[in-house]
Design a protein around this ligand. Structure first.
Ligand SMILES: Cc1cc2nc3c(=O)[nH]c(=O)nc-3n(C[C@H](O)[C@H](O)[C@H](O)COP(=O)(O)OP(=O)(O)OC[C@H]3O[C@@H](n4cnc5c(N)ncnc54)[C@H](O)[C@@H]3O)c2cc1C
Length: 572
């Protein structure tokens, strides 16, 4: 975690009087006042929503989007992402453009192809399926309703993704929501019998990290002040030792770290189970602490880092197609339903070509695999298996997750935002009929829910998964869904299982993540499992593709890529 962020967390936690801008100086009286006023304020806001200079969000059931945050003004990472794009576009041109076979049309593959074309090369994207997007893919059912691989949320702290939207001129497709994190309070109901939510609202006028700290300090539903204090104290080593410490924490699970730092179990139970499930679909007993510290760092260090956005429709048409169109307009190629079955190699271990499932062979000057780590491991040529770079991949494997869509016969009372369910089987959910323009329905709700951890469930029949999900929904919608069938009726369900999704970020995995440049001079790797500082996410995938494109373009200029026709790609 960044020293500045941690320093302020701990300082405010250790010296409550420094929060006197919000509470009276007497610490005891202050705590009571905060507690009472915050609870009262929260109750009032929950019913009515708030629209003021400081807090701004809609009441339950009301749709409201917000303007794109001024990321360029507030985030150095955003400015760096723009400079990196420019540096790629400004690279000197080789004598002839390289023909580059990019395996996979997920975000990593499409990003790599986009930036390769910016650098003057010719990508040929080979995608096994008939739909773009990989883990963000989606398709229409027989009624024309969209079914997605996963409920996807974009963040202000996604500089390369936000830069991509800007470069494609599709920024208006992100629907930014109020700057809040909203957690269901299991078993608690409002006076009207609705599910009670606890909100962390980031005040508009304060910069990071103060906005995050005020959000944390003003929320007393989930953690008491002493618990926040102990968590703040636990973060002190991160303040003192910075990034080195964050990386060292990869050896510990979140739960182990909490114990070691003397943080009360309740902090884990109340906040970090939900956070771990949302970050990597696993429990804090397994998740590496580095993942949590990295996320906290990005969210607390950037003023709009934790601000969330929904794409305004299905990712394949609203995001992936524009990425593909960009490179197609610059001479790239996209070949769908082209599954690679084998990587063919020369005696010197360099890639000779790609054997396709239909028996044809694709040859190129260079190759980028953006396949997920599990199929990649199965496809490694024998000649590469002893190389430490590829051996390390054995330490990575995908984690199972299930995405569920539930269409109801009426409008449910939800919030126009992502909601952390804090329930045993679910991670996050959203009413997409409210949050997303492309799925808008004023009369009926469509809930999209992430079911995690899914290890015990991925092999079970859909009917059992749906039944278990409904049990959770009876708790989340206490006066709108009933076991006796009265209340909202489920009219349609789609269950999408991904047995091996993003790499499982258990403790100790960082060591196994490969960089984008492999020891094979004409073979590069991208994909969210490859090394980059944005975890296994859409940002990680997009950034990895960009890093691979830059590494390949640099190698071409340095003439280290052995070209298909035996010539070097001389700088023009
Ligand atoms: C349920 C769920 C929810 C998620 N929620 C979020 C979220 O809210 N925010 C976020 O940032 N991230 C989220 N993610 C993670 C995010 O989707 C991934 O990190 C990202 O999309 C991975 O992109 P990628 O390009 O690295 O891999 P992939 O998307 O897996 O792309 C790999 C591509 O390679 C293709 N391929 C594989 N084998 C072959 C072959 N032999 N020949 C040719 N092509 C092949 C595949 O078909 C695929 O298109 C979520 C993921 C899931 C599953």
């Amino acid at each position: 975690m960044a020293p500045t962020t941690c320093a302020v967390v701990a300082t405010l936690s250790l010296f409550p009087c420094l929060t006197s801008a919000f509470v009276p100086l007497n610490p005891r009286a202050g705590i009571d006042v905060v507690r009472r006023s915050a609870v009262a304020r929260t109750r009032a806001r929950r019913a009515d929503g708030v629209s003021s200079m400081i807090f701004d969000y809609p009441p339950q059931g009301v749709r409201k989007d917000y303007p794109r945050p001024p990321l360029e003004e507030t985030s150095q990472n955003q400015r760096d992402a723009a400079s990196f794009s420019q540096a790629i576009a400004d690279l000197p041109r080789t004598e002839r453009p390289l023909k580059v076979a990019v395996i996979g049309a997920g975000l990593a593959g499409l990003s790599c192809a986009k930036y390769l074309s910016d650098a003057g090369h010719k990508p040929i994207v080979l995608e096994a399926r008939d739909v773009l997007g990989g883990k963000v893919s989606a398709w229409q059912d027989k009624d024309g309703d969209w079914v997605e691989t996963g409920l996807h949320i974009f963040f202000g702290a996604y500089p390369n993704v936000n830069q991509m939207f800007k470069e494609l001129d599709i920024e208006d497709r992100l629907q930014w929501k109020s700057h809040s994190m909203i957690f269901a309070m299991p078993g608690q109901q409002t006076e009207d019998g609705f599910q009670r939510f606890s909100r962390f609202d980031f005040p508009a006028l304060l910069p990071a990290p103060l906005n995050g700290l005020v959000a944390i300090l003003l929320n007393n539903d989930m953690l008491s002040f002493p618990e926040k204090l102990q968590f703040g104290i636990g973060l002190i080593p991160a303040i003192l030792f910075g990034q080195r410490y964050v990386e060292e924490c990869d050896e510990l699970t979140v739960t182990e770290w909490m114990k070691k730092q003397g943080v009360p179990d309740r902090v884990n139970d109340e906040v970090f189970i939900a956070m771990a499930k949302a970050l990597n679909f696993i429990d804090p007993d397994n998740l590496s602490m580095t993942v949590v510290l990295t996320a906290l760092n990005r969210f607390l260090q950037e003023t709009h880092g934790s601000k969330m956005a929904f794409l305004d429709g299905p990712p394949p048409t609203r995001l992936c197609q524009p990425m593909a169109d960009y490179m197609l307009a610059r001479g790239g190629e996209l070949r769908m339903k082209q599954r690679i079955s084998k990587i063919l190699v020369h005696d010197d271990k360099t890639v000779k070509g790609l054997q396709m499932q239909d028996g044809s062979i694709v040859e190129a000057d260079a190759y980028v695999s953006t396949m997920p780590v599990d199929p990649l491991k199965l496809m490694l040529p024998e000649e590469w298996k002893q190389l430490p770079y590829f051996q390390k991949l054995e330490g990575l494997r995908g984690v199972p997750v299930i995405n569920i869509h539930m269409w109801f016969d009426r409008k449910l009372t939800t919030v126009d935002h992502l909601l952390f369910s804090r329930s045993p089987l679910l991670s996050v959910y959203a009413d997409m009929s409210l949050t997303c323009k492309g799925y808008r329905d004023d009369d009926k709700s469509m809930l999209e829910l992430v079911f995690a951890p899914a290890k015990e469930w991925i092999g079970r029949p859909d009917s059992e998964i749906i039944e278990a999900t409904m049990e959770e929904l009876y708790r989340l919608f206490p006066n709108e869904m009933n076991r006796d069938g009265s209340g909202a009726r489920l009219v349609k369900v789609a269950v999408v299982k991904t047995p091996l999704s993003v790499y499982e970020a258990t403790a100790g995995r960082e060591l196994y993540r490969p960089v984008q440049t492999s020891p094979i001079p004409n073979f590069f790797l991208a994909g969210c499992f490859t090394k980059q500082k944005y975890l296994a996410s859409m940002e990680g995938a997009t950034f990895s593709g960009k890093l691979a494109a830059k590494a390949l373009a640099d190698a071409a200029l340095a003439e280290t890529v052995p070209l298909k026709d035996g010539q070097a790609a001389m700088a023009a």
